[in-house]
Structures are given as C-alpha cells and as structure tokens.
Write a protein that binds this ligand. Structure first.
Ligand code: 13P
Ligand code: SF4
Length: 350
C-alpha cells in the first residue's frame, strides 16, 4: 500500500511543479486556506479580491483556484474562455451557498413582483452560478462581504427594495449599519409556504432577506465576546459580518476578511485583538503580527475550505505537468453569460 508523502515532500513537489509550469500557471487562494497552500499561491485574497484577480489573469493558461468551489466557478466565469480553471476538490461546497436554490428564489421573486414595488435581486457571492445568472437577467448583481453596503445603498438610491440572498446575517448587519431597523426588514422563509397575503406586508419593507447562514460564523456567541473582554482588559473585538447581529453589536469592529486583516495589521504594536472568523486565517494573522496580543474569539474551522488539502492541490499541479486528463471547473454557457453580467456589475460598483 502506498503511503502519503510527508508534509515536506508535498511542499517540495509543489514548488517543483510550479517551477516547471512557470508562467502558464497562476494559483489563487482564499485567506481561509491551509498555510502550505497559501504560501504557494501567487495571489491570496478575500472573495472580492479574488474575483478581481481572476478577471485580470490574462496570461496564464491554467488557473488553479484553492477555496470552496463556488469561488472557482466565479473565476471560470470571469476569465477568458481559452483559459482552463482547476480546483483541487470540487466536493468542497460552501453550505451557505447551497441554502438558496433557483426554484425557491424564482417562487419568491414572482410573489415579490406582485407587490408592485421595484425589487432588485442582490446575491451574495457565496451562491450557485445559476443564482448569479438570475441576478444578471433581472437587473441585479453579486456582492461580497466587502461591498454589501455599497450594493444595498445603490439599490436604495434607485428607490428599489434589495432582495438579498442567501445570507440573512450579512444582509441584516448591512441594513443595520445603514440605519434600517428590523421592522423594515422582511425575512423570507424559503422552507415555508409563504402565504400570498404577505405581498401587502412586503410592500411596506425596505429590504427583503433570505433565511440562510454560515455555520462557522453563527458559532460565535455574545457570551464569547463578553468572556474575551472580561479576560483581556482593553481588547478590541473584530468579527466578520456573517456573524449574528447580537455578536456584531457587542464587537468593536465588523468587516470582510480583508478589512479584518488590514485593521489588525495597521493597529499599533502592543494592541490586543480577538478575531471572530475562520481559524486558519486567524492563526496566520497571529503569526504575521508578533508584536500584538491576538486571540481567536473561538477556534472554528471551515470544514469545506479544509477539503482542499495540500496533497490534492499537488495532484492537480502534477497532472498539469504530466499532461494527465483531469476535470476542469465548468459552468454551463447560459449561466456563465448572465452570471458574468452580475459579477461585472459588482466589479463596477466596487
Ligand atoms: P470574504 O468575502 O470575506 O472572503 O468571505 C467569504 C466567506 O466565505 C466568509 O465565510
Ligand atoms: Fe461558506 Fe462559512 Fe465556509 Fe465561508 S466560512 S466558505 S460562508 S461555510
């Protein structure tokens, strides 16, 4: 029976494969990825930065994308048709992205149309390609945690109601940050038979949200914030906006992965931070900022991001070197066309 190569061997073979592939290859990785993958990547970013980077990789023949699979699909949609996109494990699916499916969204959409209000669909990037395409077809766009407020402001400036899916917490935290109260928010229940009488109720709301959540970020509780503040006097708590509003309310700062990274990196030496987001990323910030006291608000790993292992990543690279067939990331033509429109709209407003 063949044994798995050691960590050191994997790292060396990744470097050797990268060298052989040279300029034909570009590796993009999300901040939540394993450190050995992040160290080998040409570009590391949050989902907005990765979308932009994928759209700018004009020279590479191969893009290897390390993250959950919807992000690799996003790269497929944004890069050139002749480029090939690979992902080390297409089974790495973000559960939040699976919480809205096209049939349910279309059912909600048709009821929302009956309110007579102008509604604009805004889909969080953590979503399937056909939902992004739905937004492209219906005058809407994609957003990420880094630009959700811009997206919502833009829709409200059109005198329209944003229909935001699938992350309720990001939608609610964004609405709160803009002074919109819970009374002005309608929560769409995708798993219930929404009574048609709700149409009148919807007409009085400023924002419609979908009931979806990230299991990693809802793990942070208000008591975690209270405990860390009690343990470390003067500590700053910074969290991702997929956390529940009760946690965001108690935190000192809220923002996307790149916002968290920049805020902590730019803080003075000796400052204290508790970070409420995925643990791979938090551990790296701790290593990269030795002069500060940094603790995780809780140690919580995204199991799906972790399905992209250094060994699987190495296999993709060595298959490319050896010219072995392997599955490419694919998005059907129709979805790619309209999802591309929604993604380009996002890049324009950001
Ligand atoms: P970012 O947009 O901050 O990269 O977040 C993506 C994500 O999946 C957070 O859980
Ligand atoms: Fe999805 Fe949450 Fe993992 Fe982000 S942390 S990829 S939203 S499950």
């Amino acid at each position: 029976m063949e044994t798995n190569p050691s960590r050191e061997e994997i790292i060396n073979r990744i470097a050797a494969a990268k060298q052989k592939l040279g300029g034909d290859l570009v590796i993009l990785a999300h901040y939540y990825q394993n450190t050995d993958i992040v160290s080998s990547a040409d570009f590391v970013g949050d989902s907005l930065q990765l979308a932009r980077s994928a759209s700018q990789q004009h020279n590479a023949k191969y893009i290897v994308f390390c993250a959950v699979s919807f992000m690799a699909q996003m790269a497929r949609i944004l890069c050139r048709p002749e480029q090939k996109v690979f992902h080390p494990n297409l089974e790495a699916k973000c559960p939040l992205a699976e919480m809205a499916v096209i049939g349910d969204v279309e059912r909600a959409w048709s009821l929302l149309q009956k309110t007579g209000k102008k509604i604009v669909p805004v889909v969080y990037v953590n979503s399937r390609a056909d939902l992004k395409a739905f937004c492209g077809r219906n005058g809407g766009f994609v957003c990420t945690s880094a630009n959700a407020q811009k997206a919502m402001k833009y829709v409200l400036s059109l005198n329209a109601v944003p229909f935001f899916f699938p992350d309720e917490n990001l939608g609610r935290n964004t609405a709160h940050a803009m002074g919109i109260s819970d009374d002005e928010v309608l929560l769409w229940e995708p798993y219930e038979n929404t009574p048609t009488g709700q149409a009148a109720d919807i007409a009085r709301k400023k924002v419609v949200l979908w009931r979806g959540f990230c299991y990693v970020h809802v793990a942070f509780k208000p008591s975690d914030v209270e405990d860390v503040k009690r343990t470390h006097g003067g500590i700053n708590v910074i969290v991702h906006p997929e956390c529940v509003p009760e946690v965001v309310r108690l935190a000192d700062h809220v923002g996307s992965t790149s916002f968290i990274k920049n805020t902590v990196e730019n803080a003075p030496a000796g400052s204290k931070w508790a970070i409420g987001t995925e643990i791979n990323f938090v551990e790296r910030i701790i290593t990269d900022n030795p002069g500060k006291l940094i603790v995780p608000l809780k140690e919580w790993r995204c199991r799906e991001m972790a399905k992209v292992t250094p060994l699987k990543f190495l296999n993709v690279l060595e298959n490319l070197v050896e010219g072995r067939e392997q599955p490419e990331v694919a998005v059907d033509e129709e979805s790619a066309k309209y999802a591309g429109i929604a993604l380009e709209r996002m890049l324009t407003i950001s």
